[in-house]
Design a protein around this ligand. Structure first.
Ligand SMILES: CC(C)(COP(=O)(O)OP(=O)(O)OC[C@H]1O[C@@H](n2cnc3c(N)ncnc32)[C@H](O)[C@@H]1O)[C@@H](O)C(=O)NCCC(=O)NCCS
Ligand SMILES: Nc1ncnc2c1ncn2[C@@H]1O[C@H](COP(=O)(O)OP(=O)(O)OP(=O)(O)O)[C@@H](O)[C@H]1O
Length: 203
């Protein structure tokens, strides 16, 4: 089984690529989804976050107030580092477990790991190759502002909290250009999939 890391900055288009892969029945392990699971009510990571950041980051029902925590950490490097120390080991361990489950099931020849911070979190060695979804910073910022309703400054803070696209390219085996339309994006992905197994079809 081949494990492919799908990475790229925030709002570069990873979920759009993942949805295409899933439509072709190719499994995708989603790091953002796992990051949400580990902070569900009752999870130790949520308690640790609460101890460090105070109950102002909780909603009335004691679930995580993601907006409040995001506003704190994406404007303060030290606090972002603290949050990463609490969450990243747990996210990595769950990703490793999921890869192992796919391996044991022997049902899939390819599994993707969709993670914006694949390189930053030192997960390069968990995957066989890295596909990078690349966009110009202006396009990235515009798509992020449109998608999440962020101001220019909020979008900049989120983008700058990650390794730059220029640096990430050095870790990529495959670079996917997502500056143009969705059809062009899908065409590139399909070509790469075809290249992996001759004419790729899962199942
Ligand atoms: C701070 C939190 C609560 C903000 O939640 P919010 O719903 O606003 O954003 P969401 O989780 O959907 O993330 C959106 C995007 O932000 C970027 N991002 C998220 N966490 C981080 C981080 N620690 N460092 C840099 N970028 C990040 C990623 O590109 C991600 O795809 C949340 O992002 C979080 O818990 N982050 C820490 C866990 C983590 O590192 N997740 C990313 C795993 S790849
Ligand atoms: N080629 C494209 N043309 C126009 N819009 C696009 C294109 N690709 C993606 N988008 C849009 O840009 C936004 C960001 O894309 P997407 O959510 O897939 O990014 P992401 O990398 O998964 O983001 P995150 O890191 O936050 O999870 C979305 O609103 C998506 O619909």
């Amino acid at each position: 089984m081949k494990v492919i890391g799908l990475t790229g900055g925030i709002a570069s288009g990873k979920s759009t690529v993942s949805n295409y892969l899933k439509s072709k029945d190719i499994p995708v392990i989603d790091a953002d989804q796992i990051a949400r699971e580990i902070v569900n009510i009752g999870q130790p990571a949520l308690e640790e976050i609460c101890l460090n950041f105070g109950s102002k980051i909780l909603n009335a029902d004691r679930s995580l107030n993601r907006k409040a925590l995001g506003e704190i950490v994406f404007s303060n490097d030290k606090l972002l580092k603290k949050l990463n120390e609490i969450t990243h080991p747990r996210i990595i361990s769950r990703i490793i477990n999921r890869i192992e489950l796919y391996r044991e099931s022997k049902k899939n020849s390819i599994v993707f790991v969709d993670a914006a911070l694949l390189i930053e979190m030192n997960m390069r060695q968990l995957v066989d190759e890295v596909w990078l979804v690349k966009v110009d910073k202006e396009t990235q910022r515009r798509r992020l502002m449109d998608r999440d309703g962020f101001s220019f400054a909020e979008a900049e803070n989120r983008i700058n909290a990650q390794m730059s696209m220029e640096e990430k390219v050095n870790f990529a085996d495959v670079v996917i250009d997502n500056n143009n339309g969705i059809d062009y994006l899908y065409t590139q992905i399909q070509k790469r999939l075809d290249g992996l197994t001759g004419n790729f079809s899962e199942g």
